[in-house]
Design a protein around this ligand. Structure first.
Ligand code: MD3
Ligand code: FE
Length: 205
C-alpha cells in the first residue's frame, strides 16, 4: 500500500471517454503531437506528447521544462477542457486548478522508464492522471531509485491520484496491452497528466 496513491477504476463512463477522446483529437489539430528527446543525448521518447493549459511540459537537448507555447508552432497551448478540470475538482482536494495537462500518446511498444515528476515548484498539489484506450501496465515504487516496486493496470476511464508520499515516488509505464480497448479506432493509449506547476499566489484582501 503506497500512502497517497488513489485509484478510481472507470471513473469516466464510456460516453464520457468517447467525448473526451473527441475533444483531444480537436486539441491535437491545434497543438500537434511532437516527439520529445532526452536532454543531452537527444534520444527520442517512444511516447508522443502535446499539452493543454497555461504551461506545457517539454523535453529537448537543453533539458526538461514547462513553457507557455508549443515548441513547433509557437502558439499558446489549447485550454484544458472543462470535463478534465471537473475531474481535478472532484478528486484533487486542492484549492487551485492545474496549470498543465500533459497528453501522452502510446502506440503498441511505447513505454516510459521509471522517473520522478520533480520539475514542478508545488509538490503540495497532487498529480492526477486520466487513462483512455488500451490498458497500461503502470509501475510504482518509493521515493528512492532502486527500491521495491509494484505494478497496477490502468484501463480506459481510470483516474489515478498521486498525493502525499506518492507525489514524489518513482513510476513508469512497462507496456501497453494492445487490443485491450475499443475506444480509440487506431488502438493505443492516451494518458492525461494534470499538474499544478507553480505555488498558488495567495490572495490579500
Ligand atoms: C506517480 N505518465 O507523464 S501517469 C508522466 O501513463 C507520467 O503516461 C505516465 O508518468 C503515463 O510523467 C503515468 C500516472 C502518474 C503520473 C504522475 C505521477 C503517476 C505518478 C507522479 C508521481 C507518482
Ligand atoms: Fe511521471
Amino acid at each position: 500500500m503506497i500512502q497517497g496513491l488513489k485509484h478510481f477504476p472507470e471513473f469516466l463512463g464510456r460516453s464520457q471517454q468517447e467525448e473526451l477522446a473527441d475533444t483531444l483529437r480537436q486539441a491535437a489539430a491545434a497543438a500537434p503531437l511532437f516527439t520529445p528527446v532526452m536532454p543531452r543525448t537527444g534520444r527520442p521518447f517512444s511516447v508522443r506528447m502535446t499539452n493543454l493549459g497555461q504551461l506545457g511540459w517539454v523535453s529537448d537537448r537543453s533539458g526538461y521544462r514547462y513553457q507557455p507555447r508549443h515548441p513547433d508552432t509557437g502558439q499558446p497551448w489549447p485550454p484544458i477542457p472543462e470535463a478534465v478540470l471537473d475531474v481535478w475538482r472532484r478528486v484533487a482536494a486542492y484549492p487551485a486548478p492545474p496549470e498543465a495537462c500533459l497528453v501522452n500518446v502510446y502506440r503498441e511498444g511505447a513505454r516510459m522508464g521509471l522517473h520522478q515528476d520533480a520539475d514542478e515548484e508545488d509538490f503540495a498539489a497532487p498529480v492526477v492522471s486520466i487513462s483512455l484506450g488500451d490498458t497500461a501496465v503502470f509501475r510504482i515504487g518509493g521515493q528512492v531509485r532502486g527500491g521495491p516496486t509494484r505494478t497496477l493496470k490502468l484501463s480506459s476511464g481510470d483516474v489515478l491520484v498521486m498525493g502525499g508520499a506518492a507525489r514524489l515516488s518513482y513510476h513508469g509505464i512497462d507496456r501497453i496491452l494492445a487490443g485491450s480497448s475499443t475506444l480509440l479506432k487506431k488502438g493505443g493509449r492516451i494518458n492525461l497528466t494534470l499538474r499544478r506547476v507553480m505555488r498558488p499566489t495567495s490572495i490579500h484582501p
